[in-house]
Design a protein around this ligand. Structure first.
Ligand code: P53
Length: 471
């Protein structure tokens, strides 16, 4: 059985669903200069907002004006929690102001009040891929130590303002994605930096990651000082890796490649860099700016719980890696199918991930994202028969329950991604949908924004009502 107070809900991120850029005091964020793309056509990052380009995040699915209606639908499903993020550039439009922006603060007051009215607990990510554009442009984002102070001013404004309304916080969304510094989009949204433009992109990435880890730790400490009841977690993209076979080199490669995720979680849970990271910096000759005060900060700011996303597993093979010379690649796993966007569908991988995390840290785990991106069909009568989504979620919830009931893993909650259809992060598309609630909006920005319930809406309603017993 899951805990009685299990936090069933759903998850979204401000830049992907809020909209509310035009006609408000919100500043541009790094997500606001990203065009739309597709599975085979990467999103482009433009120099500011250009005439004639389409930026899907500017309007998202207009939660800014639909929040009452949307939250009522979440309540109807029985949500006990809702994970969202605060758009940093709504609170500090440029990021380096001294004083927060009242209109922005007020918006989230209204959103949190509306959630609390229905007994829905907000779970809030401070930074989900949406640093103010000005900080990226003028400071180089987190490659610059000054950005730590800007982030802390933002964190403080939120921690002080929403005291008594929000208890559960997360610092940086999927902080480990930027390890793939060769894909520009990850460094851009996580750090506000184009790592590839640096003389040594890998060095720039590790330095920036260090400043983010310090910022995260200082925020955890500050949050606890402002309210000792605050529960503050980290957030990693947990894509567990399997070795392709029992070749010893593949086993070792898997350990090595998992370090790309563990590094972040190790620092945020244990409060210091693991030995393999210190060795890596030494071997590469990276003399990072890590002060004794930074190390104290990391030690004093360990997280209360671990938040993570789980969508898929990946598989590694030493021969393929050597051939491509690309250590970050994955090979095909013959035992699991893939989605239309090429992500593996592997429910047991979730149980595996939960075990890996719990064995390593023994901290409560919160699955703050999971789901299936698929092209849905809305029927003329407004219904949507997304049985494939139900199948995906059901299998994952079953594996989560096995991890709790048989393996003894402590899971606090489950908030599937994109509970309301929203703009896809990697492709900027609308047609890659995750929601229980359909939104009438297409890839070119056409549509009425009308909301309607999919079959999965009614299914999830009974899952929550039975605390996961009736799947
Ligand atoms: P979209 C990679 C692997 C797992 C999760 O993604 C990932 C990524 C990409 O960083 O991102 C998370 O919309 C992210 C959300 C995002 C969601 O996955 O590209 O935290 O912002 O929307 C789904 O299908």
């Amino acid at each position: 059985m899951l805990r009685d107070d299990f936090m069933w809900g759903g998850a979204l991120a401000a830049h992907q669903f809020e909209g509310g850029l035009h006609g408000t005091s919100k500043g541009l964020s790094v997500a606001d200069v990203m065009t739309s793309g597709a599975a085979d056509r990467p999103r482009r990052i433009t120099e500011g907002v250009l005439e004639g380009e389409y930026y899907p995040n500017h309007e998202g699915v207009d939660f800014y004006h639909h929040y009452k209606e949307d939250i009522a639908l979440f309540a109807q499903m029985g949500f006990r929690s809702f994970r969202t993020s605060i758009a940093w550039s709504r609170i500090f439009p440029n990021g380096d102001e001294e004083v927060p922006n009242e209109e922005g603060l007020d918006f989230y007051d209204r959103v949190f009040d509306e959630l609390l009215k229905y007994g829905i607990e907000p779970v809030v990510t401070l930074s989900h891929f949406e640093m103010p554009y000005h900080l990226a442009k003028e400071y180089g984002g987190f490659t610059n130590r000054k950005t730590i102070d800007c982030f802390l001013r933002f964190a403080e404004a939120c921690f002080c303002r929403y005291r008594g309304k929000v208890t559960y916080w997360l610092t940086f969304n999927e902080i480990n994605n930027q390890m793939n510094y060769k894909a520009d989009i990850f460094g851009w949204v996580s750090a506000g930096a184009h790592y590839l433009r640096y003389e040594d992109p890998e060095l720039a990435m590790y330095q920036s990651v260090h400043y983010q880890l310090v910022a995260s730790a200082l925020a955890v400490k500050l949050g606890h000082e402002i309210d000792p009841n605050y529960k503050i977690g980290n957030m990693i993209a947990m894509t567990p890796l399997y070795p392709l076979n029992c070749k010893p080199d593949n086993q070792l490669l898997t350990i090595k490649r998992m370090h790309e995720k563990w590094l972040f979680c190790d620092v945020q849970c244990r409060g210091h860099y693991p030995a393999y990271a210190e060795k890596l910096f030494a071997h590469k000759g990276f003399h990072l700016d890590i002060t004794p005060e930074d190390r104290q900060a990391l030690a004093a700011g360990t997280v209360d719980y671990i938040g993570f996303s789980y969508y898929m597993s990946n598989t590694v093979d030493i021969d393929a890696a050597e051939q491509e010379g690309a250590m970050l690649s994955s090979v095909k796993n013959p035992y699991v199918p893939t989605t239309d966007w090429g992500w593996t569908i592997d429910a047991k991988g979730l149980r595996y991930a939960l075990n890996l995390l719990y064995e390593r840290y023994e901290k409560p785990l919160f699955i703050v994202e999971n789901g299936l991106g698929a092209e849905d069909v809305k029927e003329p009568d407004g219904s949507c028969h997304d049985f494939y989504r139900i199948e995906y979620l059901k299998a994952h919830i079953q594996q989560m329950k096995t991890a709790v009931e048989e393996d003894g893993v402590d899971v606090m909650g489950y908030t599937p991604w994109g509970c309301l259809d929203c703009v896809s992060f990697t492709t900027g598309e609308m047609k890659k949908r995750y929601g229980f609630i359909y939104v009438d909006r297409d890839d070119d920005g056409n549509g009425t924004m009308e909301r309607s319930r999919k079959d999965s809406f009614y299914w999830y309603q009974q899952v929550i009502a039975s605390n996961g017993e009736n799947l």
